[in-house]
Ligand binder design. Structure first.
Ligand code: 0PR
Length: 385
């Protein structure tokens, strides 16, 4: 470290240098990210509250009230009044909390000490972390021909140690939506915690409901659903790190609560102690500013662009892995490996990612991707064949 202070000018010159190496959403070249440029009102609200620490909420009572109000707003799109939960750093932390609650509940109510969780093969890798950190055996259920969780495989995997079943509403790789009503029936009849990971889909599925998209219900309206993950920093235009974990009632938070004797609150259920306060006002601000109509327009726009891209890719002779359900397009070319294609596209500046199951180029049509970017992308894609 430098002995003497350096000037602000010199310092920011250095930071500018490093920032210039970063990709920018606004360039329209980031095609494999579930995050996007946050809305300006979200940024403004974030910086207004950036000192706030929700780890000690008695000191930041206003921020805490906003966290509760934000959870209620999110609850209103997921068919639940007054959910329990927290604004957290993202889908990983939310999934960890859900699995921790399920584990602790099963231990105290059923005496299960060597728990197992059943997740689809399409589950995000955060469940591998949860399995490792919480010492829960991870059972991967098969997928059906539509890349959704195979219900029979779930039934076959249940045993006396099962503490949770996980369904995904908007899979990371392909954007598929598992059959939550069926999983809910199983969870109710077996008395097992059902967690829905709607980290990606949670802020788009509810807003497509009234258009031509006919999705089965994926939220708390299914009585077996006990918790849900939903990420404002993905489709809601909130800044990173904004995730949310919602529980059906307080008992799940109580099951994770530890004493925090010298804080302004005497119990804490979150994984992190000192925790960012600013994402609650940022999420609250953008949700209020957009309203249901704003998100409906965003969702419709994303799906229009998705269909335009899917059609364009198909017309060039590429094979779609599956018809897009949400705003993800995955495709292959008969003569090229996906990774090879990704590398060639990178030479044109496009930052795509590859799915693993099946291997394919995967494009997430986020808000920063405009129609003209897609047109240019298709032109470059044409040059490769
Ligand atoms: N659940 C689902 C269904 C997800 O898709 C993701 C992340 C998570 C949980 C975990 O969320 P956090 O990453 O917020 O903890 N999905 C993306 C992925 O892993 C996240 C992402 C975002 C990756 C932007 C890259 C990127 O540039 O692919």
């Amino acid at each position: 470290m430098n002995q003497k202070p350096i000037s602000e000018e010199e310092l920011f010159k250095e930071l500018d240098y490093y920032q210039s190496m970063d990709c920018k959403y606004s360039d329209g070249k980031i095609l494999g990210s579930m995050c996007t440029e946050p809305h300006s009102v979200a940024k403004k609200a974030f910086f207004k509250f950036f000192e706030s620490n929700l780890g000690d909420p008695g000191l930041f009572k206003g921020t805490k009230l906003i966290e509760d109000k934000t959870l209620n707003l999110i609850g209103s799109i997921l068919s639940i009044d007054n959910p329990a939960g927290h604004i957290v750093t993202g889908g990983t932390e939310a999934n960890l909390m859900a699995m921790r609650a399920a584990k602790n509940m099963a231990r105290s109510e059923k005496g299960i000490s060597n728990g197992e969780i059943i997740v689809p093969k399409s589950a995000h890798f955060s469940f591998k972390k949860a399995s490792d950190m919480l010492d829960l055996k991870l059972i991967e259920a098969d997928l059906d021909e539509n890349f959704c969780i195979d219900i029979d495989s779930v039934s076959d995997s249940i045993n006396e140690n099962t503490v949770a079943i996980v369904g995904i509403a908007g899979t990371t790789e392909l954007g598929m939506i598992d059959n939550i009503p069926k999983l809910s029936d199983i969870a109710l009849s077996e008395d097992i915690h059902l967690h829905v990971d709607a980290a990606f889909g949670g802020f788009i599925i509810p807003f497509l409901k009234d258009s031509s998209f006919n999705f089965p219900s994926f939220d708390f309206s299914n009585l077996g659903v006990r918790s849900m993950t939903i990420d404002p920093h993905k489709m809601a235009l909130a800044p990173i790190p904004a995730g949310a974990i919602l529980f059906r009632d307080d008992s799940y938070l109580d099951a994770m609560s530890v004493d925090s004797p010298y804080l302004t609150v005497k119990h804490q259920s979150t994984i992190v102690g000192t925790r960012v306060g600013a994402t609650s006002p940022a999420t609250y601000a953008v949700m209020r500013y957009m309203g249901i109509e704003g998100y409906q327009n965003l969702a419709k726009d994303a799906m229009d662009k998705t269909m335009f891209l899917a059609e364009g890719v198909r017309n060039l002779g590429y094979d779609l892995v599956v018809e897009p359900k949400l705003n993800i397009v995955a495709f292959n070319h008969p003569d090229f490996e996906a990774e090879k294609l990704a590398n060639l596209l990178e030479e044109y500046g496009w930052r795509v990612s590859c799915s693993s199951c099946p291997k394919a180029i995967r494009i997430i049509v986020m808000n920063h991707l405009k129609k003209n970017h897609i047109v240019n992308f298709l032109k470059d894609l044409e040059k490769l064949i």
